[in-house]
Design a protein around this ligand. Structure first.
Ligand SMILES: Cc1cc2nc3c(=O)[nH]c(=O)nc-3n(C[C@H](O)[C@H](O)[C@H](O)COP(=O)(O)OP(=O)(O)OC[C@H]3O[C@@H](n4cnc5c(N)ncnc54)[C@H](O)[C@@H]3O)c2cc1C
Length: 256
């Protein structure tokens, strides 16, 4: 018997949903990944309102998962932007101590930056701070020259392009209003469609797929058994461009 080809639904077309969907589509062989986004454009909420800073890993406890992910993520994000022609402005950053009582904390950040492998981070005095950023006043500062800014909406759009290339889809105008168990499957309801996922995939299996470097097929054990009264195995995708005009579209997505 052939392995089922799971459909994976990701709710939310912000940078996190799209990054996760892209990784799943590229890594889980045979899976069909759908992103359901309530707005008519991607990245219009927090992704489009962030300050755009690609954090370099100054703050986190050396050796912690956050520190390792932040430094690795920053490096990979910058490489991704270079490959895709997305502007990344390495403007640098200063973290400022406004009084002497803040200096020990600044020194601790300097120590952490060095331990986390943040290149070029150095403690500077008033004069150098005034040269670098005349609008900032402080007694000392930590200068991190490698920190930069990017337009995260453009990054999110590039993730969506990769997702589509890997066979996935972003369905705009799909606000998820309910998710309910149906046997071993899940019924996802949006304002314009119902998507039946006849098999629920275990979260641990998704996590394993996301953390494995090579593409993998979800093992049979990762997928719950299809429900006994599963609807016919029909897969009907409404084209995303028609969604806005469709008063009520029923999407039935099978696990095969
Ligand atoms: C003021 C501020 C500044 C920040 N600056 C930075 C920064 O400089 N650098 C940095 O790395 N991080 C920054 N962050 C953090 C960063 O913005 C967030 O971590 C990131 O944008 C979160 O992305 P997201 O995809 O989870 O959320 P969102 O971009 O909000 O995406 C969620 C998506 O889900 C959709 N959605 C919600 N409900 C439904 C539903 N029921 N059905 C379908 N779709 C739904 C929404 O429409 C939205 O598109 C900042 C945060 C804040 C608050």
């Amino acid at each position: 018997m052939s392995s089922p080809s799971p459909v994976i639904v990701v709710v939310g077309g912000g940078i996190l949903g799209l990054a996760s969907a892209r990784a799943l589509a590229q890594r889980v062989t045979g899976a069909r990944v759908l992103v359901l986004e309530k707005e008519n454009r991607i990245g219009v909420h927090q992704t489009g309102r962030a300050s755009g800073v690609v954090h370099s890993g100054v703050y986190y406890t050396p050796g912690s998962l956050k520190a390792r992910l932040c430094t690795r993520g920053a490096r990979e994000l910058i490489e991704f932007c270079e490959r895709r022609g997305i502007p990344f402005q390495r403007c640098g950053k200063v973290i400022v101590a406004t009084g002497d009582d803040e200096i020990p904390r600044l020194e601790e950040l300097h120590r952490r930056a060095a331990a986390n492998g943040v290149e070029g981070a150095e403690l500077i005095g008033r004069e150098r701070l005034a040269e670098l950023e005349p609008h900032a006043a402080g007694v000392r500062a930590l200068h991190v020259p490698t920190t930069g800014i990017v337009d995260f909406v453009r990054v999110a759009q590039a993730y969506a392009d990769d997702l589509r290339k890997a066979g996935g889809e972003v369905l705009l105008g799909h606000e998820v209003t309910a998710m309910a168990s149906r046997g071993s499957g899940v019924l996802v309801t949006t304002g314009v469609a119902e998507i039946f996922l006849a098999a629920a995939v275990k979260r641990s299996a998704l996590r394993d797929a996301m953390t494995t470097s090579a593409p993998s097929r979800l093992a049979n054990s990762a997928v719950a058994k299809p429900m006994p009264d599963a609807p016919p195995r029909t897969t009907t995708f409404a084209p995303a461009s028609c969604i806005d005009d469709a008063p009520s579209v029923r999407l039935l997505v099978s696990d095969h």
